[in-house]
Design a protein around this ligand. Structure first.
Ligand code: NDP
Length: 372
């Protein structure tokens, strides 16, 4: 069994910066963001974003700015023009701006508490391990790595350094998803029978890193199939015992290096099963949970929202909240308070083991692969 992730008790070294926030932050936060500290002041963690691409700029940055207990404290970029732009826009001092060569000097920067790795997948392990060696807490985007071996090395590096490693599984903090988890825990609709999870989109630019195996590690499965694996696991509350996978290619030229479409089945204990599809060829997005006494459906289920949820009784009627702000606030709170959250490195490792098993099944013509 996987050992539960231990969050170390943290020194209050560098996140003692306080900021006034009150009505303003509460109204930004909206209904879903709780006032965590119950006062007009909060401690803020300094976050450094590594890789200033689409997700960092357009989604994580707004989340950091919205989360009352986070602030943008630094950037790591290989693009000098972005360094200039972010420096001016966010008033960053020169000593908080790094590139990939001098990244390790971040160890000497007490303003930076957390390094958030938002690079192409095959770079996650290296920068996570270097961040751990620099003594910084780490948030790493999904997929955690491109192999089980790398994921294990990342967890070991964080444990050795006594820092926390979190994975950017924003759905763990999203209210519809949390309601799905609650209904499963409480058996609201009786025992789960079957789960369908699908997530795909049309990957446009044929030159993007997502289609290069050396940078992406794999195709749709690594990128968005992982949401379906997550979805089946939190919808059932169980770990799969075996998988079978099948691969389909509509455009073998564009998808010469990585998978375009994969369907797979997951067996869980007690005869519970899941059928999933992920694709870079077409758009699909749904999590459907069939249970003895009814069903739950999220569609869309995994993208930035609004997530739309229904059960056999009607709409879920849960307000949309910025996923990245929820995630950042929860992860920062976990570090500040030394309390656990569920989107850990161990959680990422479990998904990497399942992904590797699905690829292995495909390589063996759809053979059933048991999971340990
Ligand atoms: P982008 O291509 O938009 O950005 C990646 C950035 O990484 C680049 O802008 C660049 O930043 C840096 N980089 C360094 N080396 C390379 C290289 N060789 N090739 C390309 N980029 C390089 O990707 P995304 O922002 O969409 O994705 C980044 C990560 O975030 C991925 O792991 C992805 O899976 C994850 N992600 C997670 C999402 C979620 O919902 N949790 C959603 C979207 C992405 P610079 O110029 O600053 O060096």
């Amino acid at each position: 069994m996987n050992k539960p992730f231990q969050f170390p008790t943290l020194s209050r070294r560098s996140f003692l910066r306080k900021t006034a926030y009150g009505l303003g932050a509460a109204s930004i936060a909206g209904a879903g963001l709780p006032m965590m500290f119950g006062s007009s002041q909060t401690e803020q963690l300094g976050i450094a974003l590594v890789g200033l691409g689409n997700y960092a700029k357009n989604h994580l940055l707004p989340g950091i700015l919205e989360a009352p207990n986070c602030r943008l404290a630094g950037i790591v970029t290989g693009t000098p023009a972005k360094a200039e732009e972010w420096k001016a826009k966010h008033n960053l001092p020169d000593n908080c701006i790094y590139n990939y060569e001098n990244f390790d000097e971040i160890a000497n920067n007490p303003d930076i508490d957390v390094v958030y790795v938002v690079l192409p997948n095959s770079m996650h392990a290296e920068y996570t391990i270097r961040a751990a060696q620099a003594g910084k807490h780490i948030i790493c985007e999904k997929p955690m790595s491109v192999s089980v071996k790398e994921a294990e090395a990342m967890i070991a590096a964080a444990n050795t350094a006594g820092v926390t490693l979190s994975i950017g599984y924003r759905m763990h903090f999203e209210p519809h998803t949390q309601e799905v988890m609650r209904m499963t825990r409480d058996k609201t609709h009786g025992e789960i029978i079957f789960v369908n999870a699908n997530f795909g989109f049309r990957a446009g630019n044929p030159n993007q890193w997502r289609l290069k195996k050396a940078l992406a590690g794999g195709g749709a499965m690594m990128d968005v199939g992982i949401y379906c694996i997550q979805g089946t696991r939190y919808a059932t509350g169980l770990e799969p015992i075996a998988v079978r996978g099948q691969e389909f290619k509509n455009d073998p030229v564009k998808f010469a290096e990585v998978d375009e479409t994969i369907s797979w089945q997951m067996e869980f204990p007690n005869g519970i099963a899941a059928n999933c599809t992920t694709s870079y060829g077409y758009r699909i997005e749904e999590l459907h949970i069939g249970a003895e006494k009814g069903w739950t459906n999220l569609s869309p289920a995994f993208s930035y929202g609004p997530i739309i949820g229904k059960t056999h009784k009607g709409p879920m009627n849960i307000a949309h909240t910025n996923h990245q702000a929820l995630q950042m606030e929860a992860m920062a709170r976990s570090i500040i308070e030394g309390t656990p959250h569920s989107a850990t490195g161990e959680e990422g490792l479990r998904d990497m083991k399942i992904i590797e098993a699905i690829y292995k099944s495909i390589a063996k013509g759809g053979k059933r692969i048991k999971l340990g």
